[in-house]
Design a protein around this ligand. Sequence first.
Ligand SMILES: Nc1ncnc2c1ncn2[C@@H]1O[C@H](COP(=O)(O)OP(=O)(O)O)[C@@H](O)[C@H]1O
Ligand code: SF4
Ligand SMILES: [Mg+2]
Length: 343
Amino acid sequence: MKPFLEVKNLFVSFPTEDGVVRASDDISFSVSRGETLAVVGESGSGKSVTTLAVMGLHNRKRTNISGHAILNLPTGPVDTISAPEETVRKLRGKSMAMIFQDPMSALHPYYSIGNQITEAWSLYNDGSKADGTKRAIELLDLVGIPGAAKRVEEYPHQFSGGMRQRVMIAMALVNNPSLLIADEPTTALDVTIQSQILQLLRDMQKEFNMAVVLITHDLGVVAEVADRVCVMYAGKIVEQAKIDELYYRPDHPYTLGLLNSIPRVDRGGDQRLQAIPGQPPSLISLPQGCSFRPRCAHSKLVPNNRCATDVPELYEKTEAHGSRCHLTESQLVQIRTSAGGHS
Ligand SMILES: Nc1ncnc2c1ncn2[C@@H]1O[C@H](COP(=O)(O)OP(=O)(O)O)[C@@H](O)[C@H]1O
Ligand code: SF4
Ligand SMILES: [Mg+2]
């Protein structure tokens, strides 16, 4: 069966006074129903821009977008990049839904939670207000809000951060979407609540057989919830792999850097955690060659200074594991081993 979402050669850029911001640069990935794909990268790497393009949420007049984002619906494929805006609008909420880092900005402060969920429901369902409220309570219950029948009448400010994020998840799920995009849904929450929300997303993904795209800047949070990972750097996917492959056999120095900056239980007490030195480049004037070169500790291993001149192609070692780097496999094995335990 085809993946539910197929993103192919997606480019998104913004013309600005300072120059063209190339935020998504030849992005391709896919995600099937029943699967969670994590998109990981530092702030500003193009994660949100990419997924907002899939959702059709960019202003088409002020954004240059090309490529494809195909939803394989039961009625046939629809490309959300080229389909009329009206068609894409009708898919939002129903076939694809999105949740964001800050539920307060997405929830209306003056309407009760129940009202807001019922309104989202009534866009696609004929039924009485009582039917809508019943559905809202059902979902609040499902996402683990205690006393849902009572709390449905409360307002956003009466909920804690974690509970508000649960409300947002309930609202996103109200019309049974096939694809859920969660953009840093736990960044604002403390660690314990973070893992509860991620677990909830995992449970909901199973319950609704959804395709889930989970965006995060923290590779540490995805191990338990994602099936596959795309690592983004400066607008490009630099590595994609199944989660275990990525953790134990990372192929890109940037991924290695991210892994070395998170604590790992399998490494015992002596953990010298290192943040990657330096900053990502400006997306208006990328360095020539590999965008990661100014921060990469291994570019001198590549002959003829190629890292400074040639943009690495996405090399697919296997169908499921690709990376953009000029290093050879044997060089990578050495680097992984010295980085601590990978082989
Ligand atoms: N509407 C816009 N106009 C100009 N630049 C934008 C716009 N939206 C995002 N950007 C830029 O695109 C880059 C990628 O942003 P984004 O996708 O939000 O990053 P993140 O990976 O943190 O989600 C950033 O440099 C951001 O400033
Ligand atoms: S291509 Fe060169 S600079 Fe880029 S990640 Fe690989 S070794 Fe580092
Ligand atoms: Mg973002």
